[in-house]
Design a binder for this molecule. Structure first.
Ligand code: FDA
Length: 309
């Protein structure tokens, strides 16, 4: 495994869990300054403004109201309200081409599968009514079984629901075969701190697993969201999909604030590109994953620290 992915990434994610570090990031101008790069803002209005900017560059969007691991149903229900408001706003702005992205631990999965389902169901119904797709993010490996269980239920209720699969997880190659035929699947490498026994160890292995997942998903007729900024992966997908003229069921997806140059370039060349736009006040865990993905981002963090002191 490369030094950055094998050593630095887990180290950053571990340190980031420390309450002192979290306080430094969330309670100071420093944290907010760094978060600004990766998070569109704290309100739905901020997210919609970012979505309009993305639309001006011919990219569509996926909105994610930030939040995860809520511990009470009261919090889960508040998250549901945020999503219902998001869906209503997206329905009122059809020119934006919005997909809704949710995390199940944000909707009560830590309380129970049933609680989570009760929270999610009205979100799915509202999105389906508004003709919007809902994507379920994949969180750390301890949630995969429960996420897939809920995804299957959700997909039975509405074929507009899709799910993310992580190529770093050894199990994903088998999980992919359990998905309903043709469903929407987002392929990602994986962003969480995982024990070594459940993941591929090296970048090369994770990348190869990604390519295999893509090939299988293409052959199985899935609608595929290629969610990566990796130029080699993107070039490979372009060649494969160009050859079969398959762009009606494949799109590129990238994160807000990451490789915007590539987003704009691909869109200008006519490829479908969607930007994942996170917003809300609970940005800290999301930010730590973005910092951990790329050690250079830490220099960005520390240079801001110096400037804001
Ligand atoms: P890789 O890490 O190999 O990076 C390739 C290149 O991209 C880098 O060299 C750099 O140039 C650029 N890059 C990548 N990350 C960067 C960053 N943070 N800052 C600056 N440059 C960066 N994960 C998950 O576990 N569950 C999920 O549901 C999702 N959902 C999701 C949706 C979308 C739309 C995207 C794009 C990503 C996710 N992810 C995710 C995150 C994903 O698992 C992964 O951690 C990141 O995309 C980074 O990996 P890359 O595939 O970009 O490749």
């Amino acid at each position: 495994m490369g030094f950055s992915t094998g050593v630095v990434r887990p180290a950053i994610l571990r340190v980031a869990h420390h309450p002192w570090i979290e306080r430094l990031a969330t309670g100071t101008r420093l944290g907010h300054a760094v978060a600004d790069r990766f998070v569109a803002g704290e309100t739905l209005a901020d997210a919609l403004a970012a979505a309009r900017e993305a639309a001006a560059a011919d990219t569509s969007v996926m909105l994610n109201h930030l939040g995860e691991n809520v511990t009470t149903m009261q919090e889960a229900l508040a998250e549901r309200e945020a999503y219902l408001a998001e869906i209503a706003a997206a329905a009122a702005a059809p020119e934006l081409d919005v997909v809704v992205s949710v995390k199940l631990t944000q909707l009560g999965l830590d309380t129970s599968v049933e609680d989570c389902w009760r929270t999610l169901e009205p979100v799915i119904d509202a999105a389906t009514e508004a003709e919007l797709d809902v994507m379920i993010d994949m969180e750390d490996h301890t949630y995969v079984d429960r996420t897939l269980e809920i995804f299957h239920r959700a997909h039975e209720r509405s074929s507009r629901v899709g799910v993310a699969m992580q190529s770093y997880l050894l199990r994903s190659s088998e999980d992919l075969f359990t998905l309903p035929a043709g469903c929407r699947v987002r392929l990602v490498k994986g962003a969480y701190l995982e024990p070594p026994e459940v993941v591929w160890r090296g970048k090369r292995e994770v990348d190869r697993a990604y390519t295999r997942l893509f090939t299988t998903a293409l052959e199985r007729g899935h609608r595929i969201d290629v969610a990566t900024h990796d130029p080699a992966m993107i070039a490979g997908v372009r060649a494969r999909v160009d050859a079969i003229d398959g762009w009606s069921r494949v799109e590129f997806q990238m994160l807000y604030g990451v490789r915007r140059d590539l987003q704009v370039q691909l869109a200008a060349q006519g490829y479908p590109v969607r930007v994942y736009i996170p917003y809300g006040t609970e940005w800290y865990p999301y930010l730590t994953r973005r910092l951990a993905e790329r050690p250079a981002n830490l220099w960005f963090f520390f240079s801001n620290l110096v400037r804001t002191r």
